[in-house]
Design a protein around this ligand. Structure first.
Ligand code: ATR
Length: 275
């Protein structure tokens, strides 16, 4: 009998998680079955309860259920508490543990795959929604000199700064909020965590110095996102979309469930080729 895993979301048809986890299982010789499940809005708790009652061992959670999963979990990891959201549920001795591997995925992609140094650098994050909240803890832990959060709605950036400022201070990372219009100066890494790329919209950012900058879009698509097109046009040293982050967050979930770390590089390449 294969161990059962799944990803819950709505919509879910587009999810690459089954393909990724099936590839990990094959590579690591793990006897698992991984499916996608469309969950009706408002029905997360019932669906998740049923999955675990039926013997399921772990779930990935994607939009719009990461807050529902946060509430559903019996126990939360520190990083899930800080993220305020859960993307991985793990059945463990009759308790359901909630974790969040999104930020780990981003940091692994930037530092290991792209070989880009975060320590002591200046980081600009565009956006202040759930996706950005999910990456702040591991980003601060990588100890850049500073992080500026810029958002169309500045109050939301300020709220995130308040949530994380104590932790940032303890790591000697300067954390601040700005609006798009008043952005200035040079950044080493610019991360787009807005959902603007989803709708093909470009961002009205007031940064025009892209020398020696890594521009990272947490979204991914077949063609470069408008943000990455802008960055390339202005001569950014390196541009990357969020495909690597997707595979790395999955690898961390797989590790939490199975205790094995899969190789990711070849899989990232083959998914890219098939996009
Ligand atoms: P997610 O879970 O993907 O983070 P979210 O919590 O709804 O989704 O946050 C979406 C983020 O993208 C917000 O920072 C939003 O800015 P506002 O807070 O001002 O709404 C940002 N965003 C979405 N579309 C945008 C656009 N066209 N231009 C700039 N920012 C945009």
């Amino acid at each position: 009998m294969l161990s059962q895993y799944a990803v819950f979301g709505n919509p879910i048809a587009q999810s690459l998680s089954p393909l990724i986890h099936q590839a990990f299982a094959k590579q690591c010789n793990q006897p698992i079955e991984y499916q996608r499940q469309l969950v009706e809005l408002g029905n997360f708790e019932t669906a998740a309860r049923q999955f675990f009652n039926d013997g399921g061992e772990g779930l990935n959670i994607t939009a719009p259920f990461k807050l529902d999963a946060f509430q559903f979990a019996d126990q939360l990891s520190e990083r899930a508490k800080r993220a305020g959201a859960v993307n991985t549920l793990i059945a463990e001795s009759s308790k359901i543990k909630g974790d969040n591997t999104d930020g780990h995925g981003l940091l692994t992609d930037i530092q290991n795959n792209l070989q880009w140094n975060i320590a002591a650098g200046r980081v600009l994050i565009l956006g202040a929604g759930g996706a950005v909240r999910g990456i702040l803890e591991p980003l601060i832990a990588a100890i850049p000199a500073s992080i500026v959060i810029a958002n169309r709605t500045t109050e939301k950036a300020q709220t995130l700064v308040q949530l994380f400022e104590e932790y940032a201070q303890s790591e000697s990372v300067e954390l601040s909020a700005q609006d798009f219009e008043s952005l200035s100066g040079h950044f080493d890494i610019i991360i787009n965590g807005t959902s603007a790329s989803l709708s093909g919209e470009s961002l009205p950012i007031g940064v025009d110095n892209f020398d020696n900058v890594l521009c990272y879009d947490m979204m991914y698509a077949k063609a470069p996102t408008p943000f990455l097109q802008l960055a390339a046009k202005h001569g950014a040293k390196s541009v990357a979309d969020g495909l690597g982050m997707l595979v790395e967050q999955a690898a961390e979930s797989f590790y939490l469930w199975r205790g094995v770390r899969p190789d990711t590089a070849a899989l990232i390449q083959s998914i890219r080729a098939g996009l």
